[in-house]
Each structure stands twice: as structure tokens, then as C-alpha cells.
Write a protein that binds this ligand. Structure first.
Ligand SMILES: [Zn+2]
Length: 237
């Protein structure tokens, strides 16, 4: 991706078959990406970026101000989150199959001694996935009935820049595994957000109207999502 500098600002410039120029400030460090229509002149792009400079700086400042989780090493004593609550990790080495259990304020992880950080992380993520997988169908069923829509597929995966995604054409929805670490109402907010896309593809006034109707306090949930410590991702809605 070509890097272009505008004064002190360095941006990734992508030329695409799109109608309008789009600027995004990305996690975790506030990298700026500009997607521009192929035919737009360099001058026009420069002017558009300069016009949004204050906004870009504000976004970047927000990233810097946010509490950020330190690198995980998957060792005893670390704090890991489940549904918005912090738990201490307790790693026990065993000569058996790995397993994870919640025990009071602890997440107890039993792993074979040869497991490294990545393998331990995989074990923990499988546990997280199981928990999210348990809660998701109920939530989906409730809101699909309420909103009279039906997703053809709902999957869980780790995503770096989105909490969820929806393809309105195929009605396929993806939910970010990281949501299992946030307060439950954040998951509900994302579920409703993605399902609203089955009614309205764009984030326009109609979309916001539907959000207000189904989940009147969605802005509070969004704020909560933004306030939680960042793992590697940031809310981009
Ligand atoms: Zn959306």
C-alpha cells in the first residue's frame, strides 16, 4: 500500500473503484487509511485530508488515551476478561488434555508442560469461543423474532478492526470473539446492529432510527465498548 505524506501526517493511500473518498483512523496506533476514487486528483485528495485533519488528530488522541491491555504471556497472575469482569489466570501444568474452568475469581487453565504461549492462548480462545457459542443462539433467536429478520449464517471469529460484520445480500453475520470479554450488553448491541443491517445496509438515518427503536440505549452500550481496555481492536462503527 503506498504511503503518502501530507505535512506531518503519513497515510496509506488506496485507490479504488468507489464513488467517494473515505478516511479511516485505524487501531491500535491511529494509522490513517485513505480510500480514494481512481479518478480523484492528488490535489483533491490532499484537500480532503487537510479538511479532516482536526478530526483525524482527535481520533488518534482517543486511541492514545485508551487503556490498553499489555501483551499476554499466558502466565499465572495475568488478568483476563470475561463478560466485562477481570479474572486472574492460574496456569496448572498437567500431563493430560488441556482444559479451562472458571473458579471463583480465577480462570484455571490446565495445560501440558510443553505448551508455549501460543498454544496456551489457543486453549483459552477455544474456551472463550465455547462460552460465546452458548450465549449467541439465544440472543440471535430473541432478536431475529423481535426484528422479523433471519440470518442465514452466524459465525464467531477474531477480527482486528470490527466487532461484527453483516453481508445483507447473503444474510451472513460474523461476531467478533473478543466480545466475550466485554459486558454482555455490548454483545447484544452488536447483535442488534448486525441484524439491523438486514433491514438497512448503510449506517444512515433509517439505520439509526431502527437502532433507536429496538435498542433505545444503544449509545450507552457503544460507549461502554469503547471504554473497555483494548486488546488489539477498536470499535469502528
Ligand atoms: Zn454496521
Amino acid at each position: 500500500m503506498p504511503l503518502v505524506t501530507f505535512g506531518e501526517l503519513t497515510v496509506d493511500l488506496q485507490r479504488k473503484k468507489i464513488k467517494n473518498l473515505h478516511i479511516s483512523v485505524l487501531p491500535p496506533d491511529g494509522r490513517v487509511r485513505v480510500s480514494a476514487p481512481i479518478s480523484l486528483s492528488d490535489t483533491a485528495i490532499r484537500m480532503a485530508v487537510v479538511r479532516r485533519l482536526v478530526w483525524i488528530r482527535q481520533q488518534q488522541a482517543q486511541f492514545q488515551a485508551q487503556p490498553r491491555q499489555s501483551e499476554r504471556e499466558m502466565c499465572s497472575g495475568e488478568t483476563h476478561y470475561l463478560w466485562g469482569r477481570g479474572y486472574r489466570l492460574d496456569v496448572v501444568l498437567v500431563d493430560r488434555t488441556a482444559e479451562v474452568k472458571l473458579n471463583g475469581g480465577w480462570i484455571r487453565m490446565k495445560v501440558p508442560p510443553h505448551y508455549d504461549t501460543v498454544q496456551r492462548e489457543t486453549v483459552l480462545n477455544q474456551w472463550y469461543r465455547g462460552i460465546l457459542k452458548q450465549r449467541l443462539p439465544k440472543l440471535m433467536a430473541k432478536w431475529q423474532t423481535e426484528m422479523k429478520v433471519e440470518a442465514s449464517f452466524v459465525g464467531i471469529k477474531r477480527m482486528k478492526t470490527k466487532w461484527g460484520s453483516c453481508n445483507p445480500q447473503s444474510s451472513r453475520i460474523w461476531i467478533n470473539l473478543e466480545l466475550v470479554k466485554k459486558p454482555p450488553e455490548c454483545l447484544e448491541f452488536i447483535v442488534v446492529h448486525e441484524l439491523v443491517h438486514l433491514h438497512e445496509r448503510k449506517h444512515n438515518e433509517r439505520f439509526i432510527g431502527l437502532m433507536n427503536m429496538y435498542l433505545p440505549n444503544w449509545r450507552e452500550h457503544r460507549a461502554k465498548l469503547n471504554k473497555m481496555p483494548l486488546a488489539y481492536n477498536h470499535w469502528g462503527y
